[in-house]
Write a new protein. Structure first.
Length: 242
């Protein structure tokens, strides 16, 4: 028997599963101006004005119902459940009519998501938008078949900044994986950042709806996906529990 010593093999690295979680409005489609005009017009019928600056400063990132609750509260007006549902439905209808003229995409999103999926990331969408709205945008972007799960306004009781949507998406995408899970969200709003953080995920913010200086709390701030690759996200993922 030879007395030569053989170096021990280095331990194998534990497998890692990356979950890339995308907001919808302002991340996949650049449609916040359409949401603003639909909400403004619905509120105008109720004689509640909504300036563009106020929408972008205080409403962006909330789902339709939370936007309506906020507007009525600021106007000192009551809003019962039936009226809330009626106004939310009207807003959704007007938004759907507006996007027939075209639904602009965030720059580089199609290529970025395709590259991330090819690299093994599991893709999810977490949004306060309605499921049918998200479906239209994913079809327009040509990435519907790359998205493993969609968490929409219909799936959770509380929208962002509550982390329920992100936690649900993580659980769905994890499947039977219980170790080595890492998650990163791409958002465009402060409530979205808060939700991602509360779920334990890293977060890149896109300055599609806010000026970059308002988004300083993110791990990175990009203008869009143009000029970036999924490999840029590698150090920004954070470990999460399924």
């Amino acid at each position: 028997m030879s007395g030569r010593l053989h170096p021990e093999s280095p331990p194998r690295a534990a497998p890692v599963t990356n979950l890339l979680l995308l907001d919808y409005d302002g991340v996949i489609v650049n449609d916040e101006p359409l949401h603003y005009t639909a909400l403004r017009d619905v509120l105008a019928i109720e004689r509640i004005p909504l300036e563009r600056s106020a929408y972008y400063a205080d409403y962006l990132g909330f789902d339709d119902r939370e936007c309506l609750r906020l507007a009525f509260a600021r106007a000192g007006r009551p809003l019962d459940a039936a009226a809330l549902e009626h106004l939310a439905a009207r807003k959704a209808t007007w938004y759907a009519e507006d996007i027939r003229a075209g639904l602009p995409l965030v720059g580089g999103v199609r290529e970025f998501v395709a590259q991330a999926a090819a690299a093994g990331a599991r893709i999810g969408v977490v949004s306060g938008a309605l499921r049918r709205e998200i479906a239209a945008g994913l079809e327009r972007a040509g990435i519907g078949d790359l998205v493993g799960t969609v968490v929409s306004a219909e799936d959770v009781k509380a929208g962002k900044p509550d982390p329920a949507g992100y936690r649900l998406a993580i659980a769905r995408l994890a499947g039977d994986v219980t170790r080595g899970l890492r998650a990163l969200a791409v958002e465009d709003s402060v409530p979205g950042l808060a939700a991602a953080r509360a779920a334990g995920a890293g977060c890149v913010l896109l300055a599609t709806s806010h000026a970059a200086e308002r988004l300083a709390g993110g791990d990175a701030v990009w203008d869009s996906f143009v000029g970036h690759a999924p490999s840029d996200l590698a150090p920004l993922y954070r470990e999460v529990d399924a």
